[in-house]
Write a protein that binds this ligand. Structure first.
Ligand code: DON
Length: 309
């Protein structure tokens, strides 16, 4: 069954919105503190170009960890699977996204997957280009093509705010450098990574990117293969196994679609072969996922039989 009207979607948003009061806006990146805790919006993007939305979908969000999937797609296109997975693993951790613990205990000493911060930093390091500017520009151009929004950019205040305060990510980078997973200047990588996390868009853009993944890498409008099929498949698999961090197992049972969250409160979902989802709800649960966004997806999964399992 498909969503048939905006009213139907709005009703689900109204029901899920009550959960915003149980969450908290991320504050470890100071600039994210200003988000409106009560917001909740969603857009659905269909392969025929139709779009349904509810809530204030024009509100911008920064991608944060959602960018990890997009950087992974570009790194796989730049370097190939063997190179990438020699340096980053393919297994879930069961730990919080910024944990350093498993880096020390896993053998060989490489990050367990590209969705935790340590793995994402290693992946961002792999994006090709002669300078931070060129690597960032390549990533932004790629994301502009996926979203069909040629004016996408990044939020300088959020990037700077994270750059100034992100000592835990710096420490992950130094660990990775010591173990020869990365070999660039840490400040330079932090500059690129914090800009990547601050790429800004709204739920409509996010839903359209979700739709590209739902279509195994094809642009819904032009039908151009923007991401090779096997790369889209790898990204979607990581979204299922690690996309919601250490809540991914429960999310797979209760919702059952590839999805990726970010601490800004964004969630990008891809319902295979059917449609893309973009959600923005800044109040987070204790694992860093949008609390009302997850409730909304649970309701939708039941109503529209979204689970792929
Ligand atoms: O590196 C960080 O901590 C943030 N820029 C991104 C983390 C994040 O979005 C985790 N999400 N749930």
């Amino acid at each position: 069954m498909q969503c048939r009207s905006v009213n139907e979607l709005q009703k689900l948003v109204d029901d899920a919105k009550k959960y915003t009061s149980t969450g908290k806006v991320a504050d470890y990146i100071p600039a994210l503190k200003n988000a409106n805790k009560d917001s909740l919006s969603i857009a659905l993007f269909y392969p025929n170009g139709n779009c349904y939305s509810a809530g204030d979908v024009t509100e911008n969000l920064t991608l944060q960890s959602i960018s990890k999937v997009l950087a992974l797609a570009l790194a796989l296109m730049d370097r190939g699977q063997e190179y990438v997975f020699d340096r980053v693993g393919q297994e879930p951790t069961g730990d919080p996204f910024n944990s350093i613990a498993k880096l020390e205990t896993s053998v060989p000493s490489k990050p367990l997957n590209p969705m935790i911060n340590a793995g994402a930093l290693a992946v961002t390091h792999m994006i090709k280009g002669d300078s931070v500017e060129e690597r960032f520009e390549r990533l932004v151009k790629f994301i502009r093509r996926l979203s069909g929004n040629i004016s996408l950019g990044y939020n300088k205040d959020v990037a700077m705010s994270e750059f100034k305060t992100t000592d835990l990510n710096r420490s992950l980078c130094y660990f990775l450098k010591q173990h020869h997973i990365i070999n660039e200047d840490v400040e330079q990588l932090m500059d690129l990574y914090t800009k990547q996390c601050s790429i800004e868009m709204n739920c409509l853009d996010l839903a359209r990117i979700g739709c590209v993944f739902a279509l195994d890498g094809k642009d819904p409008i032009s039908e151009e293969q923007l991401i090779p099929h096997h790369v889209a498949r790898i990204c979607k698999t990581f979204m299922v196994t690690c996309g919601m961090y250490n809540a991914s197992g429960e999310f797979a049972i209760k919702v059952g679609i590839p999805a990726k969250s970010g601490v800004s409160g964004g969630i990008m979902g891809a319902v295979p072969g059917r449609f893309g989802i973009g959600i923005y709800g800044p109040a987070l649960d204790e694992k860093g996922n949008s609390v009302a966004g997850i409730e909304l997806l649970k309701m939708m999964s039941e109503k529209y039989s979204l689970s792929m399992f």
